[in-house]
Unconditional design. Sequence first.
Length: 434
Amino acid sequence: MYTPLALDAFIIEGPCRLSGIAGISGAKNAALPALAASLLTSDQVSLGNIPHVADIKTMKQLITGMGVSIQEAAPGQASLSAHHITSTEAGYDTVRTMRASILVLGPLLSRFGEAWVSLPGGCAIGVRPVDLHIKAFEAMGARIAVEKGYIHAHVSRIGPQAGRLQGTTITFPNPTVTGTENVMLAATLARGKTRIENAAREPEVADLAVLLRSMGAAILGEGTSTIEIEGVDTLRGTGASRHDVIADRIEAGTYLAAAAMTGGDVLAARARGNDLEPFLAVLRKAGAEVDVSDAGVRVRGPKTLEACNIETAPHPGFPTDLQAQFMALATQARGTSHITETIFENRYLHAIELARLGADISIEGPRATVRGPRKLQGAPVTASDLRASAALVLAGLAAEGETRVRRIYHLDRGYSEMEKKLQALGAKVRRVPG
Ligand code: EPU
């Protein structure tokens, strides 16, 4: 199997019209907490539909380093056993490359009473602190200190705590996806009831609840703003059944945006229409034809898209993880589109690269204005983060001539074999070293 090199690039010959079927992989952001959930039990946890992306590889390396054994009977499947845990530490080198490593904190703390997790540090899309995770665990009785760049969390083994977290009410000031997941993971083994107010409602959070319930956890309310978890003494594995993670709505949205902006016709196979509704509503408004069925979501692009305004928001709002792709699309729409990014500061690094292809974009604080349609022209561009890379690829598909998208390793973190999926849709794209 080809192992992607750190500095691989994509060469795209545009313009092209995408048509056909894109097989959508399992959701990276559902698979990551699912892998972390294996730490909660000494029994076997069987997962399926795990995407073949770099972040998943990183999470697997992190938990195997702690002693988790992983068997992979078939591609996308993993049977995990956390029977012999030898370390409760997530080191700097891993956390630095993948912030979602913080998801091991909750399971380790609740099952073993202690964890060391490196503080993530900076990140291309903004400051992204983990204070809400830390405050929640403190409210559940953990003692937390920052020592030598690490979060050291433990639960007192003496007195009323006796090594166990205590259920309580956690009210998040704003919904946090991994924060909600981390508390859910921890609360499954805490003493008593935990109530999460202003919880994240993302489909990936709900999918984690389904997995945890299949392991014996008592959880209610996932998908709403209030989640209640009644702690149990131990969790079991998934038994004879397997938990298949949900389809990746962001990957699906990326291919559907590509269809809409190239006047194409793409079925994102297995994509779940409900999960994508906030994005599909915008595509419809822009003039695309959208069909949702059991087979997936099909989008047909019009001759010319119409400009639209979007504002990112927690689910069920417009997802920040599709903001960059929407910006690429807006360059091909007639009129002025306004984008407001409310989740992350500094998530417009793609704008300046899109401008290198000829896009007309101005940024003022959290607001971006895109004037279209513009005839884009191929040029070398550099990816800065996962979703920004996807936006550059989309723009490259619409641009005339050759676009070289450098630093594709960002893309490989969350998109499985993107060049092959695009080739199957008729795009002229290839991966080259450096
Ligand atoms: N926040 C804090 N303190 C915290 C946690 C969050 O201030 O302790 C703030 C963040 O800075 C942000 C807001 O709360 O302004 C929401 O962030 P959230 O915690 O929801 O983000 P996350 O859990 O770190 C997940 C996804 C991201 C996605 C966001 C928002 C995973 C592994 N990551 O991140 O996915 O953008 O939710 O939907 O689930 C991606 O896949 O490209 C990606 C970045």
